[in-house]
Ligand binder design. Structure first.
Ligand code: ADP
Ligand code: MG
Ligand code: ZN
Length: 604
């Protein structure tokens, strides 16, 4: 391959302890090595950092990386340092002393990767002149686009990079596919290599549930992840406070995060979460952008987000390390109304788009097809598998009505008998056989469709009507949301098509749901894994870094599976490079030896 570098596999193993590449990483690294501009679009957790960090070590000089947030830069520099890679950052949080120490090292070319905020890079007059810059990488590049969800004015200045640093290749990295052309244009990339990966996140299990009892439903998810990190997203501050208090009362370490808190309090919540002092963050959507915590094992949406873009982004913060994680969305029709109110007086031209996006995510919620496929299709990609094995639909957890054709036919005929002049509430009353005055006055108790669904409550029939509308068998017309059967609805009445209807939530599921596969636990001794976690926590505390900087969960599971007892064996563990071997090897090996001896376990 052009631009490939024979030293690369060695660099990968020596510094990162990885023995292979994730999809498109090799191509992305190749583009950097060949000196051609590039734009790389990979999902969250797709391994974008390595795409610029690895070639930085293979090329002479210093690579400059632009990143939007101090916390993200700090995280990456800490992770690089833990792997024995000389990296540094220059941002407003640096002390004068740190700066004085850094500049000579930069001048001597000892720092291989330098992180800068966009304003520092553009504003820097002196010191960059002394640097031999190998290339410039723009991380989170969607921040340059107005069309993205996270436009940052400082990023706009990056349009000057090509003039300010002529002849130096520019590489952009983002997880937001629709803005890639805009990024290339804003950065004035020169005939860039464009690499776009699949946005499927097969390790995430998606579930959607109608919200019936919010706290119980949230607790049920948390209960499946004892001691693991998770985020609960809410629409409003008061929901954050309520849920946070309720979790704390139950002895769970939960911290709040919302726009109404002071910067210092927010930072404390974030730090508690990153360092595992808090297990759960209960947050409004403001949380998550500034952190790259790889071991978030579940994301709960206590209410419907405002668009599928937001849902993709927020749920995508789970399982960055590639290990299984669970994303549960709890929704209710009420959320739609709350959003309308929260969004307030937006200009009519934007309002239409916003409402359309709300409808799209509401359809996702009420829909019953594969969640992975629905999300991928929304982002313009095809799903590779007919059954993903990782969503409520494919796992058979959705409790479908067995006689959905009959129920749908009864409802649709009910709508037609009412001459398509009534709304959902009224129609449900008639079908249920209500004795309400207005129904009798209209003579609707004499319709053949009167009282033909006595086995369901009025609310349940309402639910079916909503589902039929979501699936396009009914439409709601005019100011009064009058129901009308569509073409597809008529096909159902003639028996030519069978809609899927969900069993009302209160009714017991008829069968036990399949369990998603948990491959990454195969051969792992859970007790040993727990002990390794304990040691990791101890080391993290001693050295003042988050636990995941010491080792990721994937490495610990590998240790608890391979159970190495020698340095050579330890180096085979994914994520163990030379620096970590040297720094932590003895302590982990000792723990593994002791554990295996006392538990009569075979070692590797
Ligand atoms: P992104 O920036 O695309 O969201 P990151 O660069 O943060 O992704 O990487 C996500 C996770 O994948 C990290 O935990 C990282 O250690 C891991 N990772 C990256 N490349 C590899 C690889 N080649 N082999 C194994 N793990 C990898
Ligand atoms: Mg990243
Ligand atoms: Zn599926």
């Amino acid at each position: 391959m052009p631009g490939s570098n024979p030293a690369l596999p060695g660099i990968l193993k020596r510094y990162w302890g990885f023995s292979g590449f994730l999809p498109l990483q090799e191509e992305a690294i190749g583009a950097v090595l060949s000196g051609r501009d590039s734009i790389v679009v990979l999902p969250t957790g797709g391994g974008k950092s390595l795409c610029f960090q690895a070639p930085a070590l293979a090329l002479a000089g210093t690579a400059v990386v632009v990143s939007p947030l101090i916390s993200l830069m700090k995280d990456q520099v800490d992770a690089l340092a833990a792997n024995g890679i000389p990296a540094a950052r220059i941002d407003s949080s640096l002390t004068a002393r740190e700066k004085t120490e850094l500049f000579p090292k930069l001048r001597k070319g000892e720092i291989r990767i330098l992180y800068l905020s966009p304003e520092r890079l553009i504003g820097a007059s002196g010191f960059l002149g002394d640097l031999r810059i190998s290339f410039i990488a723009v991380d989170e590049a969607h921040c340059i686009s107005h069309w993205g969800h996270d436009f940052r004015p400082e990023y706009r200045q990056l349009g000057e990079l090509k003039e300010r640093f002529p002849g130096i290749a520019l590489h952009a990295y983002t997880a937001t596919p629709p803005v890639r052309d805009d990024i290339a244009c804003q950065l004035k990339l020169d005939n860039p290599r464009v690499l776009v990966g699949s946005f499927d996140r097969p390790n995430l299990v998606y579930r959607v549930r109608r919200r019936t009892s919010r706290l119980d439903q949230v607790l049920a998810v948390i209960g499946r992840h004892p001691g693991e990190s998770g985020i609960v997203y809410c629409l409003r501050r008061r929901d954050v406070d309520e849920i946070c208090a309720a979790l704390s009362v139950r002895g769970l370490k939960a911290v709040p995060y919302h726009a109404g808190m002071s910067d210092a309090d927010r930072k404390r919540s974030q730090d508690d979460f990153i360092s595992d002092r808090a297990q759960i963050v209960v947050a409004t959507i403001a949380f998550g952008m500034g952190i790259d915590k790889p071991d978030v094992r579940y994301i709960i949406h206590a209410a419907m987000p405002k668009s599928l873009e937001h849902y993709g982004q927020e749920s995508g913060r789970a399982g960055r390390d590639g290990l299984e994680a669970e994303c549960v969305l709890l929704y209710s029709g009420e959320d739609f109304m709350i959003w309308k109110k929260l969004l307030g007086d937006i200009p009519p031209e934007i309002r239409r788009t916003v409402l359309e996006k709300l409808s799209q995510i509401y359809r996702y919620c009420t829909g019953i097809s594969c969640r992975h496929r629905s999300l991928l299709n929304y982002f313009g990609q095809e799903s590779p598998k007919p059954n993903c094995g990782a969503c409520d639909s494919c796992l058979g957890e959705l409790n479908l009505l067995e006689d959905s054709l009959t129920v749908a036919q009864k409802i649709l005929s009910g709508v037609v008998r009412l001459k398509e002049r009534f709304g959902a509430d009224y129609t449900a009353l008639v079908l249920n056989g209500s004795r309400e005055e207005r129904i009798l006055a209209n003579g609707h108790d004499r319709l053949t469709t009167y009282g033909i669904l006595p086995e369901y409550s009025r609310a349940e029939i309402r639910g079916f009507i909503e589902q039929l509308a979501d699936e396009g068998y009914l439409v709601k017309n005019g100011e009064f949301n009058v129901l009308q059967a569509t073409e597809a609805g008529w096909r159902v009445m003639r028996g030519g098509e069978t809609p899927k209807l969900l069993q009302p939530p209160e009714r017991k599921p008829k069968k036990a749901a399949a369990r998603p596969i948990r491959e990454s636990w195969e051969g792992v001794d859970p007790g040993l894994f727990e002990d390794l976690r304990g040691l990791r926590r101890e080391i993290a505390r001693e050295s003042g870094v988050p636990a995941y900087i010491v080792f990721g969960d994937r490495s610990l599971r590998d240790m608890a599976r391979l159970r190495p007892t020698t340095p050579a064996g330890f180096l085979k563990v994914s994520g163990v490079g030379e620096a970590k071997m040297e720094r932590y090897g003895d302590r982990f090996l000792e723990l593994i030896r002791d554990y295996c001896t006392s538990h009569g376990l075979e070692t590797g």
